[in-house]
Design a binder for this molecule. Structure first.
Ligand code: C2E
Ligand code: CA
Ligand code: CA
Ligand code: CA
Length: 279
């Protein structure tokens, strides 16, 4: 038994070592990812249920490394947060998204918003407002076309501080939404004070609406709450018609998910979206 314990320990320490090595490799590779042109954005349509039109898109980051291959943002974003590289990467994301949205609007595409994910470190960074304002000015994108998605966790950490940051962004005309809503621990008294426009219902609730009545209850409660607070709702991770119909019945405003489209290229978005008739 003693031997087994030691073997187990060896196994775990080798496993740990491999993890550390991969993290170190990713961190080093990330340092060159922007200049080596390895990052790109994909866009996932957000469909308004009242009109059945695509009214917005969420920008999602992709990284293809020449030897490490495709690395998921779920893996590299936390590493970039720990190393501080998320600031430069986040700036690249905001710039690229703003540029793309401006191009789409100039071409006459009928989109009202591009949503960009903001990490905890970016949100708390003292330069955030200056950085975003500069990007919007330089790209010529009016602020109300940009929506920043903050996870519930990020928004609820030191909430008084968070409210102050949100207010400066909101005063600029930038829109804010709470991502992965329902998974964190929102204090309703703070939620009421957030200058946000939308709650994004987490995929984990949407996935099980067919078989789990608790998840149905949670979704309808979130939608009621949002209505009462004057907020819009969007559900993420909608993969089938049953989920869509449930959300429609509950009065959810918008949906996003594989049922309509996975995150895709800008060209594909152009094929799917409505265009203004006079352009
Ligand atoms: P998220 O913000 O919750 O994004 C939604 C994730 O769900 C995306 O994964 C998307 O591809 C995936 N998804 C969309 N529809 C469906 C569906 O119907 N079914 C299923 N199973 N999945 C769906 P992705 O692109 O791998 O991104 C994962 C996470 O990485 C994001 O979660 C976000 O937290 C983070 N992330 C991605 N891009 C950025 C970025 O530019 N900045 C920051 N800070 N984080 C990002
Ligand atoms: Ca998101
Ligand atoms: Ca989300
Ligand atoms: Ca989620």
């Amino acid at each position: 038994a003693k031997n087994e314990g030691r073997n187990n320990f060896q196994f775990y320490s080798q496993h740990l070592q491999a993890n550390i090595e991969r993290t170190t490799a990713i961190e080093a590779a990330l340092r060159r990812a922007i200049e080596q042109n390895e990052l790109r954005l994909v866009y996932q349509p957000q469909v308004e249920l009242r009109s059945n039109h695509i009214t917005g898109v969420e920008a999602l980051l992709r990284w293809q490394h020449p030897t490490l291959g495709h690395i998921s943002p779920v893996e590299f974003i936390p590493i970039a947060e720990d190393s501080g590289q998320i600031i430069a990467i986040g700036e690249w994301v905001l710039r690229t998204a703003a540029k793309q949205m401006k191009q789409w609007l100039d071409k006459g595409m009928l989109l009202s918003v591009i949503a960009v994910n903001l990490s905890a470190l970016q949100f708390r960074h003292p330069n955030l407002l200056f950085q975003i304002t500069k990007i919007l000015d330089e790209e010529g994108l009016p602020p109300h076309y940009l929506e920043l998605e903050l996870t519930e966790r990020v928004a609820m950490y030191k909430p008084e501080e968070a409210i102050a940051i949100m207010q400066t962004l909101n005063k600029k005309g930038i829109r804010l939404s709470i991502d992965d809503f329902g998974t964190g621990y929102s204090s309703l008294s703070y939620l009421k004070r957030f200058p946000i426009s939308k709650l994004k219902i987490d995929r984990s609730f949407v996935s099980h609406v067919q078989e789990d009545s608790d998840d149905r209850a949670i979704i309808s409660t979130i939608i009621d709450l949002a209505n009462n607070l004057g907020l819009m709702t969007i559900a993420e991770g909608v993969e089938n018609e049953q989920q869509l119909e449930f959300l429609r019945m509950q009065g959810c405003n918008e949906v996003q998910g594989y049922f309509f489209s996975p995150p895709t290229t800008a060209e594909e978005i152009e094929r799917m979206t409505s265009w203004s008739a006079d352009v």
